[in-house]
Design a protein around this ligand. Structure first.
Ligand code: ASC
Length: 129
């Protein structure tokens, strides 16, 4: 049977993979590599806003071992990590609001802010692929 740590790892990776599934097409639209579809963009932004509140609880104590990209820094500096998770949720919510405008000039900076938030935490807390 899976341990609690294994279940937590599977849980949070599932959430991050689902965020990435939705984030990718939004990035393509922002960069002009995919035609902008405002309704699709808003649907994906809503999905990411909901998902963004979820991965944090998967970083339970003792779940940093094994074949994951999670750095020990997460548990050594949990307060800063949790702030990053809060920023993820906040900026994803802001993007969902911006997306409802259907206006790329409004969406673009909100998307950029969210992408910076992803990268900030990855730099500190995630091993490079
Ligand atoms: C992605 C992806 C990330 C983020 C990050 C944004 O598409 O997989 O981890 O965007 O690169 O800066």
């Amino acid at each position: 049977a899976a341990t609690d740590a294994e279940k937590a790892i599977e849980y949070r990776q599932g959430v991050f993979n689902t965020i990435k599934w939705n984030f990718g097409p939004m990035a393509g639209m922002v960069k002009g590599k995919i035609d902008f579809d405002a309704a699709e963009f808003a649907r994906r932004a809503d999905a990411v806003a909901a998902l963004a509140t979820m991965p944090g609880e998967g970083f339970i104590e003792g779940s940093g071992v094994g074949d994951t990209g999670a750095k020990p820094a997460i548990w050594e500096n949990k307060e800063k990590f949790d702030e990053g998770m809060d920023a993820l949720a906040k900026n994803a919510a802001a993007l969902a609001v911006a997306a409802k405008s259907g206006d790329m000039d409004i969406i673009k900076p909100a998307f950029g802010q969210l992408g910076k938030t992803c990268k900030g935490c990855h730099d500190d807390f995630r091993e490079k692929d």
